[in-house]
Design a protein around this ligand. Structure first.
Ligand SMILES: Cc1cc2nc3c(=O)[nH]c(=O)nc-3n(C[C@H](O)[C@H](O)[C@H](O)COP(=O)(O)OP(=O)(O)OC[C@H]3O[C@@H](n4cnc5c(N)ncnc54)[C@H](O)[C@@H]3O)c2cc1C
Ligand code: FES
Length: 276
């Protein structure tokens, strides 16, 4: 883990998804992996006090730069999203676990919702030169989708919108079944209800007594979850979720988990795991 003062290189609004911030941070960039995050200090004084976690949306080791996609939900994200080129950004990272793409994977299926596009975009950029990659992204409207021109040409990009303004009308999980039969590995990141819906597909596949196409893929899926964080160093336990192995800290044991390990019925993020 590194404490580094990054320097903002550029900022740009990406529709309603958030502000895309490119930061020069050679030390963090040199160690970053898809699925990991940086804990960003959201100010120069003590209010807001707590750092805010953001996934890597891009990792350019050669240029020594990282990319963050910041949705300004409150004061911390708001301050970070308002930075200008040349501003300093206090970064702690890379933190947490990362996605592991198996060497034997030939058809990689990525699933994203909202700012969960961040680690999926990194995987798409890193993996599309080595294997077939399909990215399925869902949003409320066309304005909540990642722009296609910011993905490698080799990536097959499938979109769903809830209002039908672009792509397939519906949610990502409506588009998934046909791609599950194509893929041999699945990675996903997005809001808790989206991940829980993929978790239900897994449960149905596990219970089925007949052959389910794509069963192995969903049984073996990896997901990155978001949770409120305090220290991001495994100490405060603010980020706990419930897993098959008991409480797990998203900042340490996660944010990347095996889909089958997360007990979605244990509570949405912002609840605090098992009490006993
Ligand atoms: C590993 C990880 C990676 C993340 N990556 C990104 C990313 O790439 N881009 C991005 O925009 N955000 C990301 N987040 C979420 C982001 O860190 C939080 O939303 C952050 O608290 C926003 O700070 P804020 O000051 O804007 O809002 P705050 O004032 O902290 O919160 C505003 C509102 O959002 C709610 N909220 C805050 N955090 C969460 C959460 N994790 N889950 C559910 N509700 C929450 C609060 O309850 C409150 O209602 C990530 C979180 C984690 C744990
Ligand atoms: S944020 Fe403190 S233990 Fe995870």
């Amino acid at each position: 883990m590194i404490l580094e003062t990054g320097r903002v290189v550029s900022t740009e609004q990406v529709a309603d998804l958030g502000t895309l911030i490119v930061v020069s941070a050679p030390l963090v960039a040199s160690r970053a992996h898809a699925g990991q995050f940086v804990h960003v200090r959201p100010g120069e004084r003590f209010d807001p006090l707590l750092r805010r976690p953001y996934s890597f949306n891009g990792i350019d080791r050669r240029a020594g730069e990282i990319e963050l996609l910041v949705k300004p939900l409150g004061p911390g994200g708001g301050w970070i999203a308002e930075r200008h080129p040349g501003d300093a950004l206090d970064l702690l990272g890379p933190l947490g676990t990362s996605f592991v793409v198996r060497r034997a994977t030939t058809h990689l299926l990525l699933v994203a919702g909202g700012t969960g596009i961040a680690p999926m975009k990194v995987l798409a950029e890193q993996e599309s030169a080595r294997r077939n990659v399909t990215l399925v992204m869902g949003g409320r409207t066309i304005h909540h989708l990642w722009p296609a021109h910011r993905l490698p040409l080799a990536v097959e990009y499938v979109t769903t919108t809830e209002d039908g303004s672009f792509g397939v009308r519906g949610r990502v999980t409506d588009a998934l079944p046909s791609y599950l039969t194509w893929a041999d590995q699945l990675c996903a990141c997005g809001p808790w209800p989206m991940l829980a819906a993929i978790g239900r597909l897994r449960e149905e596949a596990a219970r089925a007594t007949t052959v389910v196409p794509g069963k192995d893929v969903v049984m073996d899926a990896q997901i990155a979850v978001e949770q409120h964080m305090g220290c991001a160093m495994g100490v405060c336990r603010a980020c706990v979720i419930v897993t098959e192995h008991g409480n797990a800290r998203v900042c340490r044991e996660g944010p990347v988990f095996s889909l089958g390990d997360v007990r979605f019925e244990g509570g949405e993020p912002a609840t605090v795991g098992l009490t006993a």
